[in-house]
Write a protein that binds this ligand. Structure first.
Ligand code: ADP
Length: 448
């Protein structure tokens, strides 16, 4: 096992990894920018190293600075968290070239899934059902027209290198196609430096269902059921739950089995998530994330396993510590993402937190790097806390969520907490009866 791990991240996810390290008796090294000198992850880690100025491009994304921090501290492995360098195959290669261990899959697997066209082709070969769409990239407008006409409108144009919900445009008719195609390409070029796009059938009322998988690179692989992440704004998740309210045990075993077999066949090592759109009982692959997800705690709650601990063990060369039969679902869990944003427009509003009080009690987990007096820097993501509740069933989890939100105090800044109180009043949310478009419609109506 490792003696020391460096965490190439910040905020709640850096704390999450530090916590796992501490329970495993592994020393932790935090890295931080000058804007994060008084951040909680810096205080909680055993050691901390400043790796550059505030902009992430010069600190959290600076590969030479992170590798140097490993060498200075004697860390043997790097946990990338999510975002930043977590899905950067060249970073993984550099880490390995320095005889360090990357806690995550191989550079080859990251590369394979990072390009969405290759990912879809790989998924197809492994027997995973995919969304109908173009065969590979769509180079020009004429091809786009004929692909879309063949498939029927509406269609969605997506960036091959896409991520974070960016570079996606919907066209409901041929008249809209030209503008959508051009905008998607321009946005893809600006966001990812690659303007290649592909086309998919735009599903009208799907749910976003994702399967948590885990492999040990030794031929063992399992799935840890699904998460329903359909409540989204601008293709970004807002609330996630597990198990999915619409998924039966038979469907879970079926799609989970397909995913676990695919992961075993790939020789994949570490945690991963295979994302699907789900409509009328059918699953359609959209992408695979080769890292830990923001919403991993709902899966941890219902299966009672520590996914970060497992990531570390597998990276150190141990086989998986559980088999598929060991993994039984217990109850229901819900996570809400609390952002430092002002409603109704979700404008980021960093600032100083005056008072912070985290809720507690049975079945309540708060993953946050906030503390009273902390000044949230304006340079990074607006996620400031994840509140996760676990109950024996969905109604209990919903009641617990409302109770816990009522105990939470974050004074001094605006947050998205009022949105969750409003959602808990909605019949669709109470009944688990929503799809990926529901939240946008709800917000549009609330603003009228
Ligand atoms: P990203 O990597 O940018 O997050 P994804 O491919 O994972 O992009 O898609 C993000 C979200 O966009 C999905 O959860 C869904 O809400 C929407 N989306 C993507 N593809 C389609 C599609 N073919 N039809 C309808 N919605 C889609």
């Amino acid at each position: 096992m490792f003696n020391k791990i460096l965490i190439a991240n910040r905020g709640e996810i850096a704390l999450r990894v530090i916590r796992a390290c501490r329970e495993m008796d592994i020393a932790s090294v935090a890295v931080h920018s000058t804007a994060d000198s008084d951040a909680m992850h810096v205080r909680m880690a055993d050691e901390a190293i400043c790796i550059g100025p505030a902009p992430s491009s010069e600190s959290y994304l600076s590969v030479p600075a992170i590798i140097s921090a490993c060498e200075i501290s004697g860390a043997e492995a790097i946990h990338p968290g999510y975002g930043f360098l977590s899905e950067n195959a060249s970073f993984v290669q550099i880490v390995e070239d320095h005889d360090l261990t990357f806690i995550g899959p191989s550079a080859a697997h990251i590369r394979m899934m990072g390009d969405k066209i290759t990912a879809k082709e790989t998924a197809k070969k492994l027997g995973i059902p995919v969304v109908p769409g173009s065969e590979g990239g769509v180079p020009d407008l004429d091809t786009a027209r004929s692909v879309a006409a063949g498939m029927g409108y509406p269609v969605i144009i997506k960036a091959t290198a896409g991520g974070g919900g960016r570079g996606m445009k919907v066209a409901t008719s041929e008249t809209e196609l030209e503008a959508a195609f051009r905008t998607a390409r321009t946005e893809a070029k600006a966001a990812f430096g690659n303007d290649e796009v592909y086309i998919e059938k735009y599903l009208q009322r799907p749910r976003h269902i994702e399967i948590q998988v885990f492999g040990d690179g030794k031929g063992n692989a399992v799935h840890l059921g699904e998460r329903d992440c359909s409540l989204q704004r601008r293709h970004q998740k807002v609330l996630e739950e597990a198990p999915g309210p619409s998924i039966s045990q038979r469907e879970r075993d079926h799609i989970g089995g397909i995913c676990a077999r695919a992961v075993a066949e790939m020789g994949y090592s570490g945690a991963g998530t295979i994302e699907f759109l789900y409509e009328d009982g059918n699953f359609y692959f959209i992408e695979m994330n080769t890292r830990l997800q923001v919403e991993h705690p709902v899966t941890e709650a219902i299966f009672g396993v520590d996914l970060v601990r497992e990531q570390i063990r597998v990276a150190a060369g141990h086989p998986l510590s559980f088999t598929q039969d060991d993994l039984q679902i217990n109850g229901h869990a819900i996570e809400v993402r609390i952002n430092a944003e002002k409603l109704p427009n979700f404008a980021p509003c960093p600032g100083q937190v005056k008072t912070f009080h985290a809720p507690g009690g049975l079945g309540v987990r708060m993953d946050s790097a906030l503390y009273g007096g902390y000044r949230i820097p304006p340079y990074y993501d607006s996620l400031v806390a994840k509140l996760i509740v676990h109950g024996r069933d969905r109604p209990e989890a919903l009641a617990r969520l409302r109770r816990a939100l009522g105990e939470l105090i974050i004074d001094g800044i605006d947050t998205t907490v009022p949105l969750f109180f409003a959602l808990l009043e909605q019949e669709a949310v109470r009944g688990g009866d929503y799809n990926i478009h529901w939240l946008e419609k709800f917000l549009a109506e609330a603003l009228e």
